[in-house]
Design a binder for this molecule. Structure first.
Ligand SMILES: [Zn+2]
Length: 467
């Protein structure tokens, strides 16, 4: 959606030269820059969310999309009397979510209002508000339902998602309790605290972090033929995040290679502040970002010859992140997570995604305050300190996005169970995974009906049970 809006915006600049470009004027009319809050200015057009935050440490432009539209933003910033060369820029690109979290942090520090990250139209209409939830905007409940629909690609209501989140949180916490007790702790929180405070579970060097990731990727590789018929042509490398973006980068992220396999897919690992990084978190993350997670799914998608190009690059967060989270669990299916600390951290990663269902619907639908969100997280996650605060602000500033991980994973698990129940002896996990991956990223409701149709054809012997 963002990309298509940007394309419209590019058309605006070319409008004088290209008479045939007829953008929707409502989307593209440039607005005069103006002040939203004490330290915060709105710059750009109605459709391009760009905010200038003025801080004592330097002025920062957020969410700027400068690759596509430098002239408009630059002119707008200069009109306000700021020097373009003094501005630091947070781009809204590949690592979108990191930047959003970083941006939210800056907004908090400058006492600006959270709402400005929710889209330019809202900023224009309201000029700031005190309640963090989307419900507080005009037609807020409908806006949130639309955001939920867009991000989950299902018809689930906020109430259903809230209830689902609560029950998933409970069930994951009871699994964590079982492991904690096996390890001699009275409950999962004291076990979590013991892991966090154990210096032996922290990295001692940058190389140790990299090597741990590489070791998990290497042990997963020979297991892939048990799980998949389709395998990506592109190879996978684990590389360190460049020093210049260590401060803002996530612990790890995936960057897709080229469709012809000439450039490998890469898992970027943040080795900065290595002494604060916990080793037990790495196993689940390696399967999520690398194999069988994002590298498998995104490489296969863009290598599928039968898919038209727009489908080879389709992006549905619920499907993509659902697959990532599902992949963390696949490691367990093939016998990994043998160290209880690693298995506990895998469950903690599940817990985070389940808690997000409660946090997001909590603030935007149940009218929770920010303090309620912080409190729920303190009780139902391993997040602490700045990470916890940044998580909370991310949900406030990007409604419904954080729902996609757990909703997507649960859908894939539901489809797997459906196929197992209906196919019995005919069920083959490799054929099932190939079926899930071979359509590329899809809305979950489309994935559901496609998988049902596949089950019927395997049952009747019309589809090969395997590719
Ligand atoms: Zn992911």
């Amino acid at each position: 959606m963002r990309l298509s809006r940007l394309l419209v915006l590019i058309c605006l600049f070319a409008a004088s030269a290209l008479a045939h470009a007829a953008p929707n004027p409502d989307w593209t009319t440039p607005l005069a820059p103006f002040q939203i809050a004490d330290n915060l200015y709105y710059v750009g057009s109605r459709d391009l969310a760009s905010y200038l935050v003025v801080t004592p440490a330097g002025n920062i432009l957020i969410n700027a999309n400068l690759e596509s539209s430098p002239p408009l933003i630059k002119a707008s910033v200069e009109k306000l009397g700021f020097r373009w060369t003094d501005i630091r820029i947070l781009l809204n690109g590949q690592a979108h979510y990191d930047h959003m979290a970083g941006a939210a942090q800056i907004l908090r520090e400058t006492h600006a209002r959270n709402m400005v990250m929710q889209g330019d139209d809202q900023a224009v209409e309201t000029g700031g508000r005190n309640d963090p939830g989307l419900w507080a905007l005009p037609n807020g409940d409908a806006r949130y339902r639309a955001a939920v629909r867009e991000m989950t690609t299902t018809d689930m209501t906020p109430e259903q998602i809230y209830e689902l989140g609560m029950s998933e949180v409970k069930s994951t916490e009871s699994q964590m309790t079982v492991i904690a007790k096996q390890q001699g702790y009275s409950d999962w929180k004291s076990y979590a605290a013991a892991i966090i405070s154990n210096p032996k579970l922290r990295a001692t060097s940058r190389d140790e972090i990299l090597n741990t990731y590489r070791q998990y990727v290497a042990q997963m590789r020979p297991k892939l033929p048990q799980l998949f018929g389709l395998l990506p042509k592109a190879s996978l490398e684990v590389v360190p995040v460049e020093a210049y973006r260590e401060k803002e980068a996530a612990a790890a992220s995936y960057f897709v290679g080229t469709p012809d396999g000439s450039r490998p897919g890469k898992v970027y690992v943040n080795t900065g502040d290595f002494e604060d990084r916990e080793l037990p978190e790495i196993e689940a993350t390696a399967y999520h970002e690398g194999i069988p997670g994002h590298h498998m799914q995104l490489s296969i998608q863009q290598e599928l010859p039968e898919l038209p190009p727009f489908r080879q690059h389709a992006s549905y967060t619920a499907y993509i992140e659902g697959w990532g989270l599902y992949a963390e669990r696949l490691g367990k299916d093939v016998g990994f997570y043998q160290d209880p600390n690693d298995e506990f951290e895998r469950l903690a990663s599940e817990l985070l995604r389940s808690s997000r269902l409660v946090e997001d619907t909590g603030v935007h639908y149940k009218r929770w305050t920010r303090d309620q969100m912080v409190q729920f997280f303190q009780e139902n996650s391993l997040e602490t300190g700045d990470d916890l605060q940044a998580e909370v602000d991310r949900y406030i500033s990007y409604p419904a996005q954080a729902l996609s991980y757990k909703i997507g994973q649960l859908k894939i698990l539901e489809l797997r169970k459906r196929a197992q129940d209906q196919l019995g002896d005919k069920f083959d996990i490799r054929a099932f995974h190939d079926e899930i991956l071979s359509g590329g990223a899809l809305p979950l409701d489309v994935l559901d009906s496609r998988t049902s149709a596949w089950i019927v054809s395997v049952k009747s012997g019309k589809a090969a049970n395997g590719r």
